[in-house]
Design a protein around this ligand. Structure first.
Ligand code: IMP
Ligand code: MG
Length: 188
């Protein structure tokens, strides 16, 4: 049964149900398991705070390979519903075994593509054995830089979405589905 929350009333539409997200994470976990089995390296799921937390928790539970987890936090100098150009690292990882580590950066959503293209290059330059990217959602129509994730849950249209980790003004992250807010919510 779908969990009822106080925030359901703010939703214009549920775009992806909890059951659909469950199927998406299962498919991605199977793909990753398949691709990294027998790699001989450590596998690190690197979540980008805060949006990736719910998705990454689900993804790692569905994987069968042993994984380590870590987190980075970045800011893109944007608030509310828009993303601006520059990326700043607010929380970094500190490991001395990067050359023995395959990293999968885990994101909630790709919009302009700037966050993931920056972080991928940053970790490659940092000496990781390999770096791939996994995103729950992708808005390809919004790209400002050419970027294609290695693992992608679902493409969505150019709509601002919340839930399953994604926020608007720090709210709605705990919703078990992904939805589109009613326009009047932004005007409060
Ligand atoms: P990018 O660097 O433009 O690809 O930024 C991706 C980041 O923008 C995500 O990690 C989110 O924090 C944020 N973002 C982009 N689209 C949405 C959305 O529809 N809802 C909530 N956050 C979003
Ligand atoms: Mg984010």
């Amino acid at each position: 049964m779908e969990r009822k929350t106080d925030l359901d009333k703010d939703m214009a539409k549920i775009l992806i149900t909890a059951e659909e997200i469950e199927a998406i994470t299962e498919r991605l976990a199977d793909q990753i398991d398949h691709d990294y089995r027998g790699s001989g390296k450590k596998l690190l799921l690197l979540g980008i705070l805060k949006g990736s937390v719910v998705f990454m928790g689900e993804l790692m539970k569905k994987m069968t390979l042993p994984v380590e987890i870590d987190f980075m936090k970045v800011s893109s100098y944007g608030a509310g519903t828009s993303t601006s150009g520059r990326i700043k690292i607010l929380l970094d990882i500190h490991r001395n075994d990067l050359s023995e580590t395959d990293i999968i950066i885990v994101e909630d959503i790709i919009d302009s593509g700037r966050t993931l293209s920056y972080l991928k290059e940053y970790l490659e330059l940092g000496g990781a054995h390999s770096v791939r990217t996994c995103t729950m959602l992708d808005k390809p129509s919004r790209r400002e830089v050419d970027f294609t994730p290695d693992y992608r849950g679902m493409e969505i249209p150019d709509e601002f979405v919340v839930g399953y980790g994604l926020d608007y003004a720090e709210q709605y992250r705990a919703l078990p589905y992904v939805g589109i807010l009613k326009p009047e919510v932004y005007k409060k």
